[in-house]
Design a protein around this ligand. Structure first.
Ligand SMILES: CC(C)(COP(=O)(O)OP(=O)(O)OC[C@H]1O[C@@H](n2cnc3c(N)ncnc32)[C@H](O)[C@@H]1OP(=O)(O)O)[C@@H](O)C(=O)NCCC(=O)NCCSC(=O)C[C@H](O)C(=O)O
Ligand SMILES: [Mg+2]
Length: 288
């Protein structure tokens, strides 16, 4: 399944140093996995984690789950070796932390040709430069880093995430302008299902494709929140049917449930049905 048509509802971080978690993920209902070498791995574990992860990705079968590797930044002792360790290994993308500008992507692109790049959007400067980052020819995904952003902003946690809305909104605008996959940040309180659901629904309302997660217990909530609901699927089918009937009658507009349906709504309706079909295909054998 290609990037544009595959589901990205749930994107699970796994510390590259944790063998048990690396094994467990082969059976978890995640649409994608971020194998992390950055913040989830202690300094003294960095080289071992890199080696373990490279070996794991060569030998383990993660089915249809997209495989993304988060490296350490090139300004650290480990970043360059991280990038080189994954040359020739089949992965969807390299995820670069704390991207501030398109030049940060150029530096990684020069080290590893032919691999998609994803950017962690988690610094104030990076978010202000979201447009040039999203326009980079190798960039295909953006992941919000809401912990680092809160740290740099000096903001406090709010359930409505008001302090980070400007930054998240810039990334959504830039990502959509350039056809980039958009993944929302993590919800730290991994035992708080209600809080996670609220944040997932907020992210879905904003236009994100899915959410990054830190614990397997969070998967089901994100998978439901970012999938089209039964009601949305039924409405999409009725809109398409009504619009086809309107066209056959020589009209350019239909009415469904008291609301107008024009060609642009049919684009959304078809995208809803395509997403539902892609989720069913992933669950039905290709992946989860
Ligand atoms: C948060 C955790 C440290 C909790 O770990 P633990 O106490 O071991 O959890 P459990 O005992 O409840 O685990 C139950 C089983 O699930 C497996 N497990 C746990 N987490 C994962 C996972 N992420 N992927 C796969 N499997 C997982 C355990 O091995 C247990 O299995 P079993 O033996 O069968 O019972 C832990 O969940 C964790 O380390 N999470 C990931 C943290 C992480 O990756 N952090 C970095 C990314 S977040 C970030 O950096 C965001 C961004 O940059 C920003 O700025 O915001
Ligand atoms: Mg971060």
């Amino acid at each position: 399944m290609d990037r544009q048509s595959r589901p990205w509802r749930s994107v699970l971080y796994i510390p590259g140093s944790k063998e048990r978690a690396l094994e467990k993920a082969t059976g978890l209902a995640a649409d994608a996995i971020i194998f992390d070498l950055e913040d989830a791995v202690a300094v003294e574990e960095k080289p071992r984690a890199r080696q373990l992860l490279a070996q794991t990705l060569k030998t383990r079968d993660y089915g249809g789950r997209a495989r993304i590797v988060r490296i350490n930044g090139l300004d650290t002792d480990w970043g360059r070796d991280d990038v080189l360790a994954f040359a020739g290994i089949e992965i969807e993308a390299i995820l670069i932390p704390k991207v501030n500008s398109a030049a940060d992507l150029d530096a990684v692109a020069a080290l590893i040709p032919g691999v998609d790049l994803w950017a962690m959007m988690e610094t104030p400067l990076g978010m202000l430069n979201a447009a040039e980052i999203a326009a980079h020819p190798r960039l295909t995904g953006m992941v919000m880093g809401t912990n680092d952003l809160a740290k740099d902003l000096g903001s406090r946690f709010r359930a409505d995430r008001l302090p980070m809305m400007a930054g998240l909104g810039l990334c959504v605008l830039a990502g959509r302008a350039h056809g980039v996959t958009l993944i929302d940040g993590v919800y730290n309180a991994f035992k708080d299902a209600e809080g996670l659901l609220f944040e997932c629904e907020q992210g879905r309302d904003m236009g994100f494709d899915g959410k990054t997660l830190i614990h397997p217990d969070q998967l089901a909530i994100a998978n439901t929140a970012f999938a089209p609901s039964e009601a949305e699927i039924a409405l999409a089918a009725r809109q398409i049917e009504a619009f086809d009937a309107a066209l056959a009658a020589g009209q350019g507009v239909a009415v469904v449930d008291g609301k107008i349906v024009e060609n642009l709504h049919i684009v959304t309706a078809k995208a809803t049905l395509a997403k539902a079909a892609a989720i069913a295909a992933l669950a039905g054998g290709e992946g989860l």
